[in-house]
Design a protein around this ligand. Structure first.
Ligand code: SF4
Length: 128
């Protein structure tokens, strides 16, 4: 499947308010800047708490069918559950259009490597 408008995947880092001990090992700004500059993403930015009510409002304002969104944050099954309704309301399928990545307890380098590897996997799937 080719992505609409030939855009790359968008990357959003969800930082659990920025106070979650799960992200203490990572230099968040270094990480997000490396992702946006060095990896093939359309953009990369940080959101403080995507699973809160304003996170829902953000999703509904932001996402569009035909695009994929990679989210660095908590466990994949949590993300599927937390974002399912907003994705479905906007006509997206959370299981296909969300690419969740659990980067808790990772260093900047480890998290960066995970994103790079996952992007390669998604690119491989898109070329099937
Ligand atoms: S979506 Fe996950 S990582 Fe983001 S704030 Fe909620 S629990 Fe934390």
């Amino acid at each position: 499947m080719k992505m609409s408008e030939d855009k790359q995947i968008g990357f959003i880092m969800c930082v659990c308010t920025g106070k979650c001990p799960g992200f203490e090992k990572m230099d968040m700004w270094d990480f997000i800047n490396r992702v946006r500059v060095e990896l093939p993403v359309e953009y990369a930015f940080i959101h403080p708490q995507l699973c809160e009510e304003d996170g829902d409002r953000f999703w509904k304002d932001f996402i569009r069918p035909g695009r994929k969104y990679m989210v660095g944050g908590c466990a994949a099954n949590m993300q599927y559950k937390l974002f399912r309704d907003a994705f479905s309301e906007m006509g997206l399928d959370v299981k296909k259009d969300l690419v969740p990545l659990d980067v808790r307890d990772k260093t900047t380098e480890e998290a960066f490597d995970m994103v790079e590897k996952k992007l390669e996997e998604v690119e491989g799937e898109n070329n099937v």
